[in-house]
Every structure is written in C-alpha cells, then in structure tokens.
Design a binder for this molecule. Sequence first.
Ligand SMILES: C[S@@+](CC[C@H](N)C(=O)[O-])C[C@H]1O[C@@H](n2cnc3c(N)ncnc32)[C@H](O)[C@@H]1O
Length: 499
Amino acid sequence: MSKKNREELRELGQFWTPKWIAEVMVAYFLDGKQKELFDPAVGAGAFYVALKELDKKRQIKFYGTDIDQDVVNGAFKDKIFDGRSLIEIRDFIKEPPAKKFPAIIANPPYIRHHRLSANTKKLLRQISYKYAGFDIDGRAGIHIYFLIQSLGLLENGGKLSFIMPSDTCEGVFAKKLWNWIGNNYCIERVITFESDATPFPNIDTNAMIFFISKNPKQPVFEWVRVKKESDQLLGYMLNKGCVFPDLEIIERNIEEALFTGMSRKPTEKSQYKYRLSDFARVIRGIASGANDYFFITKQMSEELEIPNKYLKLAVGRTRDVEGNTIAFSDMKKLERKGRPTLLLSLDNQRKEDLPKSLRDYIEVGEKNNLQHKALISTRNPWYKMEKRESPKFLFAYLGRRNARFVMNQAGVIPLTGFLCVYPLSDDKKFIAKLWQILNDPKTISNLKLVGKSYGSGAVKVEPRSLANLPIPEEVVMRVGIEPICTKEHQNTLFEFAYS
Ligand SMILES: C[S@@+](CC[C@H](N)C(=O)[O-])C[C@H]1O[C@@H](n2cnc3c(N)ncnc32)[C@H](O)[C@@H]1O
C-alpha cells in the first residue's frame, strides 16, 4: 500500500481491513459447519490471515479473487497465502465465479460512482437486475454491487459477512436494497462504530459490518454499537464471556430497523409522527454554476458599475454565518471583510438590452468559456440565474456537530452551502413557533436520523431528507404548533433523493 498514492488507492478501492476487525468478521464462520470461505476482493489477504489465526485446525478452505496482481504477488512473497488458499486474479464484477458459496466475506472496494466508466455502470445495472430484479440508483458505488452479487452467489443456508460504508443504509438506493435483502435473507447481526472506535481512522466514512445468511427472515436481530476498540467485540462474536462494557448490544426489531436505517440507533414511533414537511417546504440554495463569476464583493460590483437592481444579497459559505441569525449588520461585516455578498441575478434579458457595464461583464464570462460549463450550458441565456424567494430560515446542512437552522433577518438568498426553509403559513405566530421547534435540541438531535453520517461525526442533510426530519410529538405539543400539510409521509426515514 505504501508504494501507491492516494489517487491509485481510490481507483482500486484499496483500504485494508485492520486485524481486530478481520478476526471479528471471520469469527462468524467458525460454527464448525463451514468448509470453504470465499473473499471476492482478497487484496493482501487480511481475512485469510485472520482465518489462519482463528481456525487453528485449518478446516476451512479459502478462495480469493482480486484484480491487482501486484498486491496479490506481494502477499505471496510475504508468505501470507499458502497451500490451503486458492487465489485468482479475476474481476469479480465482470467474471464472477460460476458457482455458489456457503460462506462469503469481504471488504469490497469503495469506489464512488463518479469514478466508474459508463460501461462498468451498465454492467452494474445488469448485476442488480439479475439478482435483485430491479435497477439501483446510479449513485450507488461498486461496493453495493459486490454485496448484491455476493448475496446472489450464496448457497441456501449460506452466510455472508461484509464491511461497508454507512451509505449502504443511507444512500438514495437504500430503501430498495434493504427491502430486497430484508425479504429474501436473514439479517443476523449488524455492527456499527462510534467515531472513536472507527476501523478506518483516516477515512471519512462510517463503517458497518453486516452478518447475513440465506435463511428465512427473522423478526429480530442483534444490533451492536462499538464504543471503543477492544477484544470484547471478538469475545462477543465467539460467545466468550457475557459482559461487554465497550459494546452496546440491542435486540432490534427488523421492521423498525428497516424504517430507521440500520446505521442509526433504534427510534420510537412517537419520534416520527410529525415531519418538517408538515410545517415547511425545503429546497436547496442557488447553484450559480460559477461562484467566482456570479457571486461578487460589494467592491467589485462598484468597480464593474453593475446597477444594484441586478444584484441580490446572498450568502455562500456556512462559515460566513456564525450564529443562529443573519442580520444586515452581519452582511455589512462580511462586506468589510471583503467576502462576496452579492449574486448577479439576471433573468432572460437580451444582452443588447442590458447596460454597457453588464454587457462588458457578460463578455468577460464568455471569454472565459463559462457558457460551456456543465450547469451553466443548460440555461438560456447562459447568464440567467436560478430564482429563489428569500427564505425565512436557512439550514446549514453539513457540519461536524453544528448543522443548524438560521433565522434570515437580512432577507438574503443562500447559495448551495445552505438549504432554504419556507414556512407553510405566513402567520407570524406560526413562524415564531416553527422557529422554536426547529431549535429544540430534540429536533436537532433527530438530524442524525435523516442525514448521511461521516466518519468524523459530521452529518450531511439533503433537501428531501430535511423535509423528512422527524419533529418529536412532545415538542409539537409543548410549543402548540398545528401541522399545515397532512400529506402522507414517506415510509422510511431514509427514502430521499437529491433535488
Ligand atoms: C478494500 S480492499 C480489501 C482487501 C482485503 N480483503 C482486506 O480486507 O484488507 C478491496 C480490494 O478489492 C480489489 N478490487 C477492486 N476492484 C475489484 C474487482 N472488480 N474484482 C475483484 N477485486 C477488486 C482491490 O484491488 C482491493 O485489493
């Protein structure tokens, strides 16, 4: 791994499994019945090393495939692989083995969808059709297809253990994927990690381990939260000992888990009677397509002599909004700091009808080929800006622990660093109550139920998922706010799409 740069690692998705995790995953197969274990993304053999350690009598044969000859050769040289292992250079996605397996283990390559070629994506769609009978959203990374294909290659009664990023349970494709798995397989155990116990400290994703068998589904399974790296997790897997202070072990109802998303702690019904969409509408801030050009400082607008009527007061970075309100005085402060505060907001006026100063500036944009940029080229004319009413509230949607709602006293328009929250009623009392429920710590704590989690403890909330934010019934009652919209809610907390 040391010879490869980060970019190459990303292309092949090579993040090695640490020993303490590899052993925990292998322990699942030590039930005395297994004869063979298959690892479709074997790499340098982390699971084989663990198997040699735990299966002392060497009863389980090992078969591994990988596309990286160098890594596999390195492991042979280091005498990791031996006579009880069969290792093949083989692309598991393109040429899966033509047989089924009683046991499959993997830390599949984590390659995000935008790094995959169109041909690979086509093949991936076929895989999902072949095994699950449906198409998965194109934003699923290759690890999702490793899971689907491996589940498809399990023998009846077979067992699978995969370590995956938490987007497996939080991505746009999660609902379909888990409906399929939940109905056709038995989810036996799921292990999640606190950020301090993360198996991959240098990567900003939350890992989860799934233990799934090809057996009829069961109503409950064990859901574990690891608070601290320790050998208790292995003890728990091997049924050794019964006190595990470093673990939180919860017997969890499968229906609830599929509703909430298995990367998250269990929720109770009263937490999700009301959603933010009952009280407000959410859309993302403006995507200008070229902030450097469209989003300018006061000083620059004066130098360019752009008339005020073509400019809107706007805020771009979440860092530019310090507290829970944004007032005119804050915008003045940003201006003094030389931060951009003005968005060039042209409609579809013809260039000829605009003042000379603007015509000149549009030509500058054209000389820089802005009209050919992906998002901008879809607009006609290219300098036409998206429109937004100034929202009553902004939502800073990506933060370590400070995802928050902001009262927009300055009437600004937010760019994509924020989401716009529009109350469903103009009534002043309603708006004041809405502000109260949005800032209630119990509401804020529910953000983790709808956001995507990252290894560092950050949460990212997309517009559709913010609309889906559960507002605790107790908070609604205490504040005395009436829901306005009574449209049916989505069935799960994680059924969202980017808008
Ligand atoms: C996250 S690493 C895991 C390696 C090892 N099993 C471990 O746990 O440390 C994923 C491995 O998948 C391999 N890989 C990537 N694409 C593959 C493919 N299409 N077929 C088989 N292996 C692939 C990479 O070369 C890499 O070694």
